[in-house]
Design a protein around this ligand. Structure first.
Ligand code: PLP
Length: 398
């Protein structure tokens, strides 16, 4: 039995989600825009799913726009807000300013870079050593022409939670729009858009990080916030996102949102956090030279980012894979070469430290037995790699 510790990359589909989607791949195939009975059935299913997602986030169903996932939601938020300013202000020579952070997912960072190439001024806030950005830094970065602030809720590599409620309040007082990428937070932590996050204007979620299928997601757009669409076509999603809806995917996302609500209400995060803490403290005790990145930050309950002195993360992940453990590293693979993680570098780690860091992320299906097995296997694999390393060093420098 494999041990899956890569839930931040993608979560397994829950059986209830598969069952909920199933009819919409067979007899329930109608186009939700069709007026006939088949269309009305799928329209009703899409709207039920919208209500489920809205209930998870404590907003109204009309504020939910279904998308193809986190990447589209992030791009839609950034480009959708700033496009009208590009059209109006930049054409008249007036500056437009965007603030984000340098620990965002590339879906935000590269969208910001593309906007920068089109003339938008971009400021990236830097995190502290624990991977958390500060409200004071945001306040200092705001300019009269700051139109949008985008700060993620939980980081995908370290799990570090950003003070989004506070940052959104500051942004609102300044008169700018606030977006948060909650892809790694929704369905792991309570996200209340009418309470703690009432000043958040836009919020991205992704289906495949919350036990629904890949290629599904949503953007919360608070009532009154206007976005330019990314796509042109039909009047779907109240003119905000053209294209026939992915009905099975949306139904799966709705089901996953209902399951997440129950899981959150039944102390799921506490149980997950206890397993994560057992894994983390067990590894720190058993592996010499190991330390946890972002250990001093409030974190998503499922994520461990472990730095292991002298270990090449890529080699370790291959060795773990051979032993039946799926994990990941806080690094991006670009053109076949492993780049040190931009998140860990931003936190002040050296490239070598970033290259010796791995990410272990639990899912709701991770069991205590998985953690016990991982605690036996991972230290042994690391010890073996270290011994191989010593042998290689001895043979090259006899
Ligand atoms: N934002 C964050 C924080 C993520 O972790 C991811 C995916 O890893 C995305 C955005 C992109 O989401 P998707 O894969 O649904 O496009």
């Amino acid at each position: 039995m494999r041990i899956y510790l890569d839930a931040n990359a993608t979560t397994p589909l829950l059986p209830e989600v598969v069952s909920a989607m199933h009819p919409f791949w067979s007899e329930g195939f109608g186009n939700p825009s069709s007026a006939h009975a088949g269309g009305q059935r799928t329209r009703a299913a899409v709207e039920r799913a919208r209500t489920s997602v809205a209930s998870l986030l404590n907003c109204t169903p009309r504020e939910i726009v279904f998308t193809s996932g986190g990447t589209e939601s992030d791009n839609f938020a950034l480009t959708g807000v700033l496009q009208p300013y590009l059209d109006r202000f930049l054409a008249q020579g007036q500056p437009v300013h965007l603030i984000t952070t340098n620990i965002e997912h590339h879906a935000v960072l590269f969208a910001a870079e593309a906007l920068e190439r089109r003339g938008v001024e971009v400021t990236c806030l830097a995190p502290n050593h624990a991977g958390v950005v500060s409200a004071d830094d945001l306040t200092a970065a705001l300019r009269p022409h700051t139109r949008l602030v985008s700060v993620m809720l939980a980081n995908n590599e370290t799990g570090a939670i950003q003070p989004v409620g506070k940052l959104a309040r500051i942004t609102k007082a300044h008169g700018a729009i606030f977006h948060t990428d909650a892809v790694q937070a929704a369905a792991k932590l309570p996200v209340d858009l009418s309470g703690e996050f009432k000043n958040v204007d836009l919020l991205s979620i992704s289906g495949h990080k919350m036990y629904a299928p890949q290629g599904t997601g949503a953007l919360f757009v608070r009532k009154g916030v206007n976005l330019s669409p990314l796509f042109y076509g039909g009047p779907h999603e109240r003119q905000r996102r053209a294209g026939t809806e992915n009905v099975p995917g949306i139904v799966g996302l709705g089901c996953a949102a209902d399951l997440a609500r129950s899981w959150l209400a039944e102390n799921g995060p506490e149980h997950m956090r206890a397993l994560r803490d057992k894994l983390e403290s067990g590894l720190l005790a058993a592996v010499p030279g190991a330390s946890a990145n972002s250990a001093d930050a409030p974190r998503a309950p499922n994520t461990v980012n472990l730095r292991i002195d002298g270990i090449d993360a890529e080699r370790l992940l291959i060795a773990l894979d051979l032993q039946g453990i799926s994990a990941s590293f806080g690094a991006a693979c670009q053109s076949g070469a492993t780049e040190p993680s931009h998140v860990l570098l931003a936190m002040g780690l050296s490239p070598a430290e970033a290259r010796s860091s791995i990410r272990l992320s639990l899912s709701r299906l991770t069991t205590e037995g998985d953690i016990d097995s991982a605690l036996q296997i991972i230290p042994l694999v690391i010890a073996k790699l270290r011994s191989l390393h010593r042998q290689q060093a001895a043979s090259t420098h006899p």
